[in-house]
Every structure is written in C-alpha cells, then in structure tokens.
Design a protein around this ligand. Structure first.
Ligand SMILES: *[C@@H]1O[C@H](CO)[C@@H](O)[C@H](O)[C@H]1NC(C)=O
Ligand SMILES: *[C@@H]1O[C@H](CO)[C@@H](O)[C@H](O)[C@H]1NC(C)=O
Length: 392
C-alpha cells in the first residue's frame, strides 16, 4: 500500500497540475489555442468552495468497537427486525446473516445457486468473481408492517424474503424493458411502496470504478408497488445513484449522488411533488443513507472530497481519459480516495443542515464504511470492504 501510494500521489499531483493549467489557461490562447471550451465539458456539480470544511478533530471513530472480526465478510447494510433482533447483514458470498445475540447463522440467500462457487471466502473480496452467480445483497430493509425483508441485490435486482428466511423471491429484474444492472439500495414507505436505486444498467458492481470514472448515467430511481406488483421509473439518466432514504414524514426521499458528492432530494408529497432539488453538498462521496428516530439522516461517506476527486467529478471527459492511462485501477482508486482510505460519517437535520461529523482520519480502526445505522444511542457501521462490524 505504502509504495503504491507514493507513485499514485505523484501521478495525482501531476494530473491535478495539468488540469489546473488547462482550466486556468495561464498563457491565454497562445498555449492552448485550439483547446475546446473547458467549461462546456463540466457537468452539474457543487463548486469546491461549497464543500463543508468541518472535520472531527478528535477522530472519534477511532474509539469504535470492532465486533465479529473475520466472522462476516463485507457486511454492507445492517438491519434489525420488528422484534429488535439482529443485526441482519448481507455478506460477500451472497448470504444474509443473522446475529441472534450469541451466534451468526444464515438467514436467507438471494441466489438459488449455493454450490461450491459460493462458499464463504477468507476476505471481503474473495467472492467477487462469482457474485453474478451467488448474488451480492446490498441494501436491506424490513417492511415494518409485514416483517418481510426486502433486499437490493447488486446482480439479482429487488427481492423479498419472509420472516422465516430461506431463498428470497425475485420481485423486479427489469423495468420498462431495461434490466437492472446494479441494484444498490432501497427504502419502504408506510403503505409498503418500495423506492430503490439501480446504480447503472451498464456497469456491474465489481466494475464500480469504471462506473465512477466513465460518468455513465444509466442509473435510475425506481418504485415498486407490492399490491399491483408493478415497478416504474421515477428518475432516469442518473449518474451512479447509491443510497436512498425516505424522510420520517414520507414527504420526500434523498438519494446519494455519489460522484458529485451530495444528497439529492425528490419530493413525493406537497406542492413540490415530483421535483428534485439538492438537499446537501457533502464533504465527500456518499454511500448509504439512513434516518434515525428523530428523522435525521446519517450518511456514510466513501471518502472525503479532495481536489483530485473534485476535478474528476466535474469533468467526466477528463476522468475517462485518465481511466485509459496505463495506471492500474488500484492506484487510480488510491488517487481518488486521496491516498488513505478512512471512514467518515455525517449527520444532517431533516432540512439538510450539517449537524455532526465523525471520522477516523488515520484509518486506524475504521478504514471504510458503507452504511451507518443508529440504534439505542449506538452507531452500527458496515462496509463492503471490511471483515467486521464497527460500533461507536
Ligand atoms: C450459540 O452460542 C452459544 C454460546 O457461545 C453456544 O453454547 C451454542 O452452542 C451456540 N448455538 C449454536 C446453534 O451454534
Ligand atoms: C451454479 O452455477 C454454476 C455456474 O453457472 C453451474 O455450473 C452450476 O451447475 C450451478 N449449480 C447449481 C446447483 O445450480
């Protein structure tokens, strides 16, 4: 990691300098006379100065407790059932595991194929090759009335399993003739309507770096009605939508606009129903979002915004060009996260005000976080990259 970082950092600095040079055009039209209008290539996104500067001086996440080390690989989403038992979490080999307060056991699985290919591996990455066969459950939520567990599986779409567990039932594999390519997260309203995200119709989860860098925008926000069994499109042409969470009163949902580093809000009720606006510009690039009892939003950030990731987010053409450079994807990733992966959690009020930020800047205890669930004053953190659950 350390050697790679040195090289990656150097290349990142070179690319940033080049980008600034081109963007500021220091020699007027003499140096880059025929260079096309740079602004024309920028996509909609926050400006650098909008990035919240707040940070956690105490690195409070370093005080987290590591639980279940090596007992579970890549737990992304964490949920508790109607009786308060759990957590339940989806792991790398395609199963949904249940903690009964003493042991982990298999609760459900999304793929009928539980052959040798799907046996649990030693790391969160060990099963990546067969995810399309074994399934990869990401977002999980219980329907608070029926107790059914709804599952967003990156490869198998939207599924549901009853309180007894077992093989989940497939609900949605395609919408409007377009197959779900990378189903990511979901939430359920009082009436049982499911809102869910498909991050891309083109790129699969294991190629998420290509999705980040290509600026491909076939992502969609979808809706499923369990009564009519119909799925429909709410928003299309979205670039890498990730986590999704309804507000406590159900008047809107927010979703993670991962590349731009913000939360967007889509109104479901009231005078603005049907419209989308910006809920908050985040200090970094978000994964899942969850509400707490007060209706505040906890957002897990994949990494903080840095100048490199910021410029990349604004100029998809630039990042497509960078992706083509002969730099291994591993270094590209390190540049993107700013060298050192570290967990960042931010909490927002129901109207989009930044309330709290928690970090482990050195990545000492919690290096990555995909989701945070607040429960009885504790924060439960899962991550696709970790072999444990962290509790703060
Ligand atoms: C669960 O854990 C307890 C305590 O560690 C142990 O005695 C028991 O045998 C375990 N049960 C199962 C089904 O593994
Ligand atoms: C599981 O998938 C593999 C690869 O597609 C296939 O060869 C195998 O027969 C499947 N096993 C079962 C039990 O479906």
């Amino acid at each position: 990691m350390a050697e790679g970082f040195g090289f990656g950092k150097l290349v990142a600095i070179a690319i940033v300098l080049l980008a600034i040079y081109v963007a500021t055009d220091p020699f007027g039209h003499s140096a880059i006379a025929n260079f096309p209008d740079f602004e024309a290539y920028a996509v909609d996104g926050p400006s650098w100065s909008e990035t919240p500067v707040a940070n956690d001086a105490e690195n409070r996440l370093q005080r987290s407790e590591i639980k279940f080390l090596n007992q579970i690989q890549g737990p992304e989403s964490l949920v508790f059932d109607l009786q308060g038992r759990g957590p339940y979490t989806g792991v790398a080999d395609g199963r949904i595991m249940f903690w009964d307060s003493q042991n982990w056991s298999e609760f459900a699985h999304t793929s009928p194929n539980r052959s040798e290919l799907c046996k649990p591996g030693p790391t969160p990455m060990a099963n990546v090759k067969y995810e399309h066969i074994c399934g990869r459950p990401l977002g999980l939520r219980f329907n608070k009335r029926t107790g059914d567990l709804y599952i967003a599986d990156a490869y198998l779409g939207l599924l549901m399993v009853g309180p007894q567990g077992g093989l989940a039932t497939s609900l949605v594999r395609e919408v409007d003739g377009i197959p779900l390519g990378f189903t990511n997260d979901l939430d359920i309203d009082e009436e049982g309507i499911v809102y869910f995200t498909d991050s891309s119709a083109k790129y699969r989860r294991r190629n998420f770096m290509q999705l980040v860098f290509s600026a491909e925008n076939s992502g969609r926000i979808l809706k499923y009605n369990p009564q009519t069994k119909e799925a429909s499109v709410l928003l299309s042409d979205v670039q890498f939508p990730n986590g999704i969470s309804l507000s406590k009163d159900g008047s809107f949902f927010v979703y993670s606009d991962s590349c731009a580093g913000r939360l967007k809000r889509h109104w479901l009720k009231g005078p603005k129903a049907g419209t989308t606006d910006i809920f908050a510009v985040l200090p970094g690039h978000p994964d899942n979002v969850r509400t707490n009892e007060k209706g505040e939003f906890w957002v897990a950030l994949h990494c903080r915004r840095n100048l490199y990731s910021h410029i990349n987010s604004l100029y998809p053409r630039l990042r497509k060009a960078i992706l083509k450079l002969p730099i291994p994807i591993k270094y590209q990733y390190q540049m993107h996260v700013g060298g050192r992966l570290h967990a960042v959690l931010v909490k927002y009020s129901p109207d989009g005000e930044l309330l709290e930020i928690l970090e482990d800047k050195e990545g000492k205890v919690v290096r990555a976080v995909s989701e945070v669930e607040e429960r009885d004053g504790k924060l439960w953190m899962g991550s696709v990259l970790m072999s444990f659950i962290a509790v703060y």
